[in-house]
Write a protein that binds this ligand. Structure first.
Ligand code: ADP
Ligand code: F6P
Length: 345
């Protein structure tokens, strides 16, 4: 069925808009997609965009499989029921993909033409910084585009938190608690490798909240001898097990585990938590963050904005130019890292 036909049919059944669209432009038909690595809470953001858009009387379309689905014309009309029962689900019901060819300008031109052909004037992209670059490219091609930060890595400037980070941290803490049980029983040292791409946020916050003995992150200098001295010092004080959290952006956990075992002669075990950090039901924090960000993205479009990303600063929703956010160097609050070190002595 064509999009136009789908829209006509929906027009016959559509719930009445409950608010006047306060648009200073011609926002009428919006689309949304999820792109890059999935993150728990993306579904809550999708739900919020769809329901807030319908509330304002807009036509809302879901694009499947990120930019790859956009190029393949995988576009479907969304109704209130399309997003029923998904707020609690991890992953993304719109599916996600990585699409290398979308980095090419001529392919971005083609994507803008596809949207224009369907009369879609506005787009909301939920994803990480790579997805934001694609969003910016479309904004520069005249599609009103707003980006929502959805990634477990928490590595996007312009927001204190990204959707999915809190859930991932809670998953890591749950894993650390379990590993600590067996580490205690066997009196062993464990190295746990966590995700985060180039960012140490997951390792730092999960390390603080999980009581890790050492945390290794890309943002702080790391000297293996210091980690080992700290472990030895702990043993001298009667500590009989330890957990070292390593962010994947530094090196493989296995490498650190081998080096500690070689230097100490202790039995060391290594756990790579991997993709289980990307799954699971989103926490209340992520659901609420995603719901607020999704709704704010629609408000930004209705207010005539484009090329902006939604963020949270303190407890407030904020908007930043995507270009500015991408050009900003992100600073991790290393006082938290230092505190974790003090508390784990
Ligand atoms: P994330 O969005 O989670 O950071 P990626 O970095 O893999 O994940 O990016 C997701 C997708 O965003 C890519 O597969 C590609 O389609 C698009 N993308 C990434 N970088 C660019 C870029 N420089 N220009 C246009 N699109 C991009
Ligand atoms: O960006 C999210 C993330 O999970 C990173 O933490 C990790 O490095 C990467 O994606 C893994 O990507 P893939 O899904 O391609 O294995």
């Amino acid at each position: 069925m064509t999009l136009e036909r789908q829209t006509e049919q929906q027009g016959q059944q559509r719930v009445q808009p409950q608010a006047e669209a306060q648009t200073d432009g011609d926002v009428r038909r919006i689309a949304l997609l999820t792109s890059g690595g999935d993150a728990p809470g993306m579904n809550a953001a999708v739900r919020a965009v769809v329901r807030k858009g319908l509330y304002h009387g807009l036509d809302v379309y879901g694009i499947k499989r990120g930019y790859a689905g956009l190029l393949a014309d995988e576009i479907q009309l969304m109704e209130p029921g399309s997003v029923a029962d998904i707020i609690q689900r991890g992953g993304t019901t719109l599916y996600t993909a990585r699409c290398e060819e979308f980095k090419q300008p001529d392919v971005q031109d083609q994507a803008a033409r596809i949207l224009a052909r369907h009369g879609i004037d506005s787009l909301i992209v939920i994803g990480g910084d790579g997805s934001f670059r694609g969003a910016l490219a479309l904004a520069r091609r005249g599609i009103r585009t707003i980006a929502i930060p959805g990634t477990i890595d928490n590595d996007i400037p312009g927001t204190d938190y990204t959707i999915g980070f809190d859930t991932a941290v809670n998953t890591v803490i749950g894993a650390i608690d379990k590993i600590r049980d067996t580490a205690t029983s066997h009196e062993r040292t464990y190295v746990v490798e966590v995700m985060g791409r180039g960012a140490g946020d997951i390792a730092m916050i999960a390390g603080l909240a999980g009581g890790a003995e050492s945390i290794v992150i890309p943002e702080a200098p790391f000297v293996l001898d210091d980690v080992i001295s700290k472990l030895r010092h702990g043993v001298e004080r009667g500590k009989r097990h330890s957990i070292i959290l390593v962010a994947e952006g530094v090196c493989r956990g296995m490498d650190i585990g081998d080096q500690i075992a070689d230097a100490t002669g202790w039995e060391v075990r290594v756990t790579v938590l991997g993709h289980l950090q990307r799954g699971g039901s989103p926490t209340a924090f992520d659901r609420s963050l995603a719901s607020r960000m999704g709704a704010h993205a629609v408000d930004l479009l209705l207010g005539g904005e484009t090329g902006k990303m939604v963020g949270i600063r303190g407890s407030q929703m904020v908007a930043t130019d995507i270009a500015e956010a991408l050009a900003t160097e992100r600073r991790l609050d290393l006082s938290i890292y230092e505190l974790a070190g003090i508390l784990s002595l």
